[in-house]
Design a protein around this ligand. Structure first.
Ligand code: ZN
Ligand code: ZN
Length: 417
């Protein structure tokens, strides 16, 4: 189908209209890209394309969704809506239907359609490539692979991609790279390499690329490891730009040091605090950062939610949590949902967020910290909310509230010149 004939059309999804792209439009979520990473790499002369884009296009700041974790933010970006609308409030949650703690990585947990699905249904060619497979099923929700106009796969399981399930077979041959390790910078490089190949082979109308924050968890801005990673990003962003794409780059969340001077993680073990306050096991601490990739962060982040028995004194719990050094804020379910636009049935009775250099745990024994080969860097709280939004086009920024990261498709399709 000649999708050029649709230029001028608009596609509505989740309460917002998007303009049909006149040229392939690529939104990139650079996982954990705390402001400063790109700038330090540019200062060393290692990111000439980003340097040029940020001067001639748009160099904006946006805010992430809270919790500043991967799944809630990626799903906000791909739906253009906050968790209250799409239902994904963490990587991990307590399913009220079963009382079990489960990963929130299945499409059945999503309550909204994606922007990609809406465009694909309207006749567009769309693609999504993610580093970790945990996101693939969510990003690909509702895509009709039989249409021949949808591609969605992960770098992690690129060797298993099929035409029927992913819209592309032999992904390793197609990309021309070996299967990358799940804990590697190459996992993200594979995403970019795939994106460039997809643009050249299929000229998709809309594409979403989502990397992993393996490097950002291990290496601060300005370090050699980080600079090498962003030099790689710069190389591929340059290729997408050269191919005529509109490129819009943002992040799911930032990243901060979360350790003591001796390198040990700086943790408040909440289950211990609450066991002392209420009795052993009365409260149930859920850490929505939890995922199978423990080497990144040992399930230690700056956002936690707590389930309490009906008769528990919530005020006392909240006041106790607020009094802990390093806690930024604690609030009940209603206040958290109002402030952070969260789905109230997917979080506990109390929400607590910790500060810039502090993380929240359950009990020490529950955390596998064996993969933390570097002093802990993590995210989840308000201090990791600020993220970049960079485009290779100028942006007509309307007066009004600042951009959220999940405005990235809106900015790229509706506001970019
Ligand atoms: Zn992330
Ligand atoms: Zn992370």
């Amino acid at each position: 189908m000649n999708t050029q004939s649709k230029v001028g059309a608009r596609v509505a999804v989740n309460g917002r209209d998007y303009r049909w792209p006149a040229t392939p439009t690529v939104a990139i979520c650079l996982d954990g890209s705390e402001p400063g990473y790109i700038e330090r790499t540019i200062e060393r002369g290692l990111a000439p394309n980003l340097d040029r884009l940020m001067r001639t296009g748009a160099n904006l700041v946006a805010s992430s969704v809270i919790p500043s974790f991967t799944n809630p933010n990626n799903i906000s970006i791909i739906t253009g809506a906050p968790p209250r609308v799409h239902g994904i409030a963490g990587n991990y949650f307590l399913d009220p239907a079963t009382g079990e703690e489960v990963m929130m990585n299945e499409a059945r947990f999503m309550r909204a359609d994606t922007i990609l699905k809406a465009f694909c249904d309207a006749g567009a060619t769309v693609a999504a490539v993610t580093a970790k497979d945990k996101l693939r099923a969510l990003l690909a929700k509702g895509l009709d692979f039989a249409s021949g106009r949808a591609i969605a796969f992960s770098a992690e399981k690129a060797d298993q991609a099929t035409l029927a399930d992913n819209g592309l077979a032999n992904a390793l041959d197609f990309v021309g790279m070996p299967l990358p390790g799940v804990y590697s910078a190459a996992l993200s490089e594979f995403v970019f390499a795939a994106g460039v190949k997809i643009v050249k082979a299929f000229r998709p109308d809309l594409m979403y690329l989502s990397t992993t924050d393996y490097v950002q968890h291990k290496a601060p801005p300005g370090s050699d490891v980080a600079n090498a990673f962003y030099a790689m990003v710069d190389h591929y962003v340059g290729q997408l730009d050269e191919a005529g794409c509109v490129v819009a780059l943002t992040a799911d969340h930032g990243m901060n040091d979360k350790h003591l001077a001796d390198g040990e993680p700086d943790v408040i073990y909440l289950q211990d605090v609450l066991d002392r306050l209420l009795g052993a096991g009365v409260a149930r601490v859920i850490l929505p950062i939890t995922d199978p990739y423990v080497a990144h962060h040992g399930a230690l982040g700056s956002f936690a939610t707590i389930y309490l028995p009906k008769d528990a004194d919530r005020r006392r719990v909240i006041d106790t949590l607020k009094s802990l050094p390093g806690v930024d804020d604690a609030m009940d379910n209603a206040a958290a949902c109002a402030r952070f636009e969260l789905p109230s049935d997917r979080i506990g009775d109390v929400v607590v967020v910790s500060g810039r250099n502090k993380v929240l745990g359950a009990t020490r024994a529950k955390h596998d910290l064996s993969g933390l080969t570097e002093p802990l860097r993590s995210h989840g709280g308000l201090a990791e909310r600020k993220v970049p939004m960079i485009l290779n086009r100028r942006v007509a920024a309307p007066a009004g509230p600042a951009f959220r990261n999940f405005d990235v498709f809106h900015v790229a399709l509706n506001l970019a010149g």
